[in-house]
Structure formats: C-alpha cells, structure tokens
Design a protein around this ligand. Sequence first.
Ligand SMILES: Nc1ncnc2c1ncn2[C@@H]1O[C@H](COP(=O)(O)OP(=O)(O)OP(=O)(O)O)[C@@H](O)[C@H]1O
Length: 611
Amino acid sequence: MSDSRIAAASSLGVLATLRRGVQISPQIADGLWLTLALAVLAAAGRVVVPVAVQRTIDDGILAAGGPDAGRVALMTALAGGAVVLAGLCSAMVNVRLFRSAEAGLAALRVRAFRHVHDLSTLSQGTERRGALVSRVTSDVDTVSLFVQWGGIMLLVSSLQVLVATALMIVYSWQLTVVVWLCFVPLFLVLRRAQRHVNAAYTAVRAKIGALLGAISEAVVGAETVRAYGVARRTGRRIDAAIEDTRASQARAQVLVSSVFSGGVLVANLVLAVVVVVGTLLGVGGGLSAGQVVAFLFLVQLFTGPVQMATEILNELQNAVAGWRRVLAVVETPLDVVDPPHGVTSPRGPAAVSLRGLRYAYPDGPEVLHGVDLDLPPRTKVAVVGRTGSGKTTIAKLVARLMDPTSGQVLLDGVDLRDVRVGSLRERVVLVPQEGFLFDGTVADNVAYGLRDERDERDERCDAVGAEAGREQARARVAAAVDALGLTDWVADLPAGLDTPVGQRGEALSAGERQLVAIARAYLAAPDLLVLDEATSAVDPATEVRIARALDSLTSGRSTLTIAHRLSTAEASDLVVVVDDGRVVEVGPHAELAAAGGVYAGMHASWVAQTR
Ligand SMILES: Nc1ncnc2c1ncn2[C@@H]1O[C@H](COP(=O)(O)OP(=O)(O)OP(=O)(O)O)[C@@H](O)[C@H]1O
C-alpha cells in the first residue's frame, strides 16, 4: 500500500521546486520569452534617460560653440520617447505576467483541490482539514504574489543594475566603485533587517490566529459560556488576545518604517557622496558635468532595485515554501486509484467475498488479520463485535474507501481494484454514522444521492434543459421521501423539502439528519448498502420513522450493517462476529445465540440489560 500520509512539504531544492512548479502549471511559462524581451526593453529604456541627460548637458548646453538648441531638443525627444517606451513595455510585461500567472495558478488550484478530493479520507484524516484547505488557498496565493511580480522584478532589477553599472564604468570606474561600496553594505543590512521584519509579521500572524481562535470559540461555544456564567473570563481572554495583536502589529509597523526610512536615508546619502566625489573627480578633469549628473540618475536606478531586492528575495522564499507545501499535496500518491482499464460492474444483486483481508492504518499495527467471508446477494448481514475490533475497517474496505494491505475484496467475483470507481460507487454506497449535510435545503441534501453524471448532463444542457433536470430531480426526491414513508415528517418541517438544514445540518436534530442520509442513500439506489448504524439516541417517534425508512431502503438489497444494537443483528439474515481483527463466528442469529460462543455471550448480556 502506498504511504497515504501527506508530507508537510516537498523536499525539493529551490531551483527544482521552481522547475517542478512550472511543470505543473505550464501556463506560467506561456510567452515568457516575449515577456522577457519586453522586460529587457523596459530596463534599457530607463537607462537611456541618464545617457540623454549627459549628452544634453555635455554636447548641447555646454557645447564648445555655445548651447546647441537642436541637440537639446533631439536628446529631450529621445529621452521622452525612451520613457514612454519603457512605460509601455513595463505595462505590457505586467499584464502578460498577470495573465499567465493567474492561468497557471488557477490550474494549480484546480489540480490541488481535485487531488485533495481524490485522496482517501484516511490521508485527509492525518492532516488537519483546515491546514489542507490553506494549502489549496493561501499557499497558492503566496506563490501567486511572487510569480506575478517578484520573479520578473528580480530579473528586471538585476538587468537594470547591470546595465547601469556598465554605463557607470564607461563614465568613471572610480565613482562606480564608490557607488557599489555604498550599496553592497546597504543591501546586506536591509536583508538582515528584512529577516527581523519577517519574524515580526510571523508573530503578528500567530497573534491574529490566536485572536480568531478565541473569538470563534466564544461564538461557537456561546451556549456553554452562558450556561456556566463564564462570560467575563471569556471576555478577558479575548481582550488579552486583542491587546497582544495590537502590540505585535505596532512592533512590526515601527520596524518596517525604520527599515524603510533608513533605506531612503542611506540612498540619499549615497547621492550626496556621488556629488562630492564626482565634483572632485570633475575638478581633476576625469568627469564632465553631464557625466556627474548622469551618475546621479544612474544611482537612482540602483536605489529601487536594492530596496526591492530584499523584499523580492523574501517573496521568493515564501513562494518556494508555498510551492513546496502545495507540491507535497499534489504529489501524494492516491491510495484508491481508478484502474486505467477498469471493468464496469454489471448492476444486479451484489455478492461480496473477502479473501485473506489484512489491513494496517499508516504507521499503525495490523488491525485486520486475514478476514475471509462470503456475503450472498440480497442478504442482510450484521457485523457485530467489541469496540475497536475492526468492524468499520471492514466496511471501509468493502466500499473501497481504502485498499487492503493484502488480500482481496471481490464484488461478484471481481477484485474491487479492477472495477471502475464510477461503476463501483453506483453499485456500493456507504452510509456513515453521521452523514455530512451540506448547507442547503433538505431537498438539496437528499439530491446528493443522484450521481454526478446527472449533474454533468445538466451542465451540458441549455438553461431550459437544466431547469427540467432540476424539476426531475425534485420529483425523484419527493418520490424517495414518499417511498420511505417520510411524507408526514417532511410535511411537519417549516418549509417542507425546502427547509434549510443549516451548516452541517445544524438546524435538524440528529434523528432528522439520519432520515436525510437514508433518503439520500435511497436515491443513490445501490445494489450493496454498507450501513454504519448510528448510535445517537433519538426520540421514540423518530426511532420508529428511522426503522421504517431503513426497512424500505434495505428491502431487496444486499446490506452490510455495522450493528451497534443487537436488535439489528436479531433482525438480519446473517450475523458476523468480529473480534480483534478476525471473524470468529458467522451464522444466523438464532443459531449463534444458541451456540454458546462469543455472540451468545454478547446476546445474553444484552438481553439481561434491556429486558
Ligand atoms: N484512521 C485510523 N488511523 C489509525 N488507526 C485507526 C483508524 N481508524 C481505526 N483505527 C484503529 O483500528 C482498529 C479497528 O478500528 P475500527 O474503527 O475498525 O473498529 P470498530 O470495531 O468499528 O470500532 P467501533 O465499534 O468503536 O466503531 C482500532 O484499534 C482503531 O484504533
């Protein structure tokens, strides 16, 4: 079995991560060469201005034969043209980058989301679900920031610094050395400072996280807070969290403004140094007036990139970290793979056989130690056993939510791993103890039992067709409710089938949620139903409704029920007793109850307790 746990981050190096990232979202590199060419033009355009200024002064204003107005006009026009060209190129670079980055990252989001969805519930269980969601959303956002802006800015800025340096060397290598001697330490200091800024912002994010946690706990747990009269204590906790957040925000802001102002100050001081050293060199005859002024312009071309470079390198680090985390998700092998040439399992009464079934959860001990079992078609089978004996694990393997470590689950003689997943889901449906309800109406939630192919067909249809599809779906929901004997229950709901169930079905009682789950399974109409019997206590009227609905749901179907109540076992055709990962007894209830084995013991103590 593949390791189904999701790594915290991929272990690729920086360049390998970038390469893999672009491989997964090739749209990022679409038209990159043209974008690069435009970026080079933009950088070159900016460097034209200092040259034009130098020529204007030296060959125009200070021309040997007096000011040359024509030359000044020509150079001014040239500088103007270069600025416009550089501006246009920059704008085009931005638009192009934005487009390709968004297309690439949208593809990455889709891929990451699909993958998270396809990962077994098992893999998702090992990672906090919120953290997984963040990988598909905010981690992709950090990548997006860099791809849209950072990467190309880093390139353009480096180009700008290189071209400016080359030009400066042509004018005066001494002054160039002075400029570099000033800027290299500035860069190093800024880089260090940026680390402190990052640490400060990490602290801010942590404080905000704690604040949100405290507030949401107070909101979600409002009833408990009121019931225990601990509103003051909760309030104090929130106040403290707010104060913590304010203090850390203030610290971060002070740090940012000091770093920024410091950078600007040093950059301006460098200008002053250039003026002084340049003038001294000029007096010595090494530099013309135009060249000193051009130098001042060239130094300006350094300031932006050096200040930005620290930020961009930071962005690069974040992006690589984000990319690594997203890649780790995308590259986690699926543990339930849809076979490439899977067979379509024909509909009809379903027979299931388990052959030498063994299973161990990731990093855990083996919990099933070779289970052999034959479940004939159209039989109601109850699986009973102590808590932790492996009943749910068997159910999940039969529904192929995961694959066995060894052994086979056969559906009508075919290994589940050879059956198309779509076909399998049509034939086998697992109804968990607490079926998830989506925020919508009762009808919407029941309609989740209709297979995806219907939705796809609806999507392809025009609006009228889709409307007809919706009406048809609703009619089927109503028919299901009717067939399960739930019409009176629906009629009692505030808005009938259109009653909103709230988030996770909070607006319904536990029993009502079960009814919705049963109706949903009925609509799915599987050949084999795997039921994890709900354990939550419900009122007697709902209990009767649930029992009646379950009867209609299971009628004529093969059913494998994880029975938590022995009354369910009594009512089934076959009882399977699981103990410590092994099937220890199989047979009809009456036979086992009389046999004096494990089941007889369980049954006797249950009878003693309940009757
Ligand atoms: N996701 C999981 N990761 C690791 N171990 C698990 C996981 N789920 C179950 N187990 C372990 O596997 C064993 C069998 O669990 P299983 O849920 O199949 O038992 P069960 O008979 O259904 O119990 P219950 O009646 O309490 O639901 C237990 O020891 C349990 O701790």
